[in-house]
Design a binder for this molecule. Structure first.
Ligand SMILES: C[S@@+](CC[C@H](N)C(=O)[O-])C[C@H]1O[C@@H](n2cnc3c(N)ncnc32)[C@H](O)[C@@H]1O
Length: 272
């Protein structure tokens, strides 16, 4: 999960024909501009060989980058709307999409060179049981000598400006006549989870917005919507232990440093 700290970035959202579903806009705005981890996924894909399984692929930030670099990719996600968008964006590229739960999927092919789980998605799987279920299923689909690599949050600096105190500036995107604004307002570390809170606003910015006036301003009272994400806390050591329990060999850890706009992560690499 990316937490915008300076909020200077603007997501460039290219609209396919028709209206882009709001969840795709938020996903693009909050995740789509992140690039710091892409060289590592390319390196792992290059080293392990095709095909590559992108688990929790979303709207395709990593899948599209790998496919543009020439890799054959299977993009798996629970969310059919994000996957449909990925499918549209993948026109002409070697990407297959699969709508499935990463904790219980069963694909025909079991010869993946690498299974990648970017952007802390492993921390969204419902705790240790969910992570173990994913690792076991991933192992069944990756050929011997291949790798499973998962990004987890590295050290965080909690903050709270949910009471209106100054904090990160909003990231923004103009899509379909609407201005979407998203701003991280709180990061809290609890005993078992990290809570990330964002303030989201949608404002009409063009009189010709599709859908008419009712759609131009979703919250006429000006109040923002709050979006809360809870990530399970897990350390690299715990994830490696769970990997061993799933029959995998820890092969090392890689760091994706924090940038001005995004928190850093540790990528745990497990061998099959
Ligand atoms: C933080 S986003 C990351 C998207 C993409 N991998 C990226 O790096 O831009 C997490 C994604 O994981 C998906 N996801 C969450 N739980 C999942 C599960 N149990 N099985 C498959 N996908 C899941 C969500 O739908 C979402 O698209």
């Amino acid at each position: 999960m990316v937490v915008s700290e300076l909020g200077t970035g603007r997501a460039s959202v290219s609209a396919p024909a028709g209206r882009i579903p709001p969840q795709v806009v938020w996903h693009d705005l909050e995740c789509g501009g992140y690039r710091a981890d892409l060289p590592l996924w390319r390196e792992l894909a290059q080293r392990s060989g095709d095909p590559v399984l992108d688990a929790g692929a979303g709207a395709g930030r990593v899948s599209l980058d790998l496919a543009r670099a020439g890799h054959a990719v299977t993009a798996l996600d629970l969310d059919p709307i994000l996957l449909a968008t990925l499918g549209e964006r993948a026109a002409g590229l070697a990407i297959e999409t699969v709508c499935a739960d990463a904790r219980s999927f069963a694909l025909d092919r079991r010869d993946f060179g690498a299974c990648l789980m970017p952007m802390q998605t492993i921390q969204l799987l419902g705790g240790a049981a969910g992570r173990l279920a994913f690792l076991r299923h991933a192992r069944e689909h990756v050929r011997p000598g291949g790798v499973i690599a998962c990004a987890i949050l590295s050290a965080l600096e909690p903050f709270d400006c949910s009471d209106g105190a100054p904090g990160p500036a909003a990231e923004r995107a103009h899509v379909d006549g609407l201005l979407y604004l998203s701003r991280a307002t709180r990061v809290s570390e609890l005993a078992h989870t990290v809570v990330i809170e964002r303030e989201r606003r949608v404002i009409g910015d063009r009189p010709d917005a599709p859908g008419g006036p009712a759609e131009r301003v979703r919250r006429p009272d000006g109040r923002p919507e709050r979006d809360l994400i809870e990530l399970d806390r897990v350390s690299a050591r715990e994830l490696e232990r769970e990997g061993r329990e799933a029959g995998l060999d820890p092969l090392g850890r890689r760091e994706v440093p924090a940038t001005d706009e995004h928190v850093g992560s540790v990528v745990v690499v497990l061998g099959v």
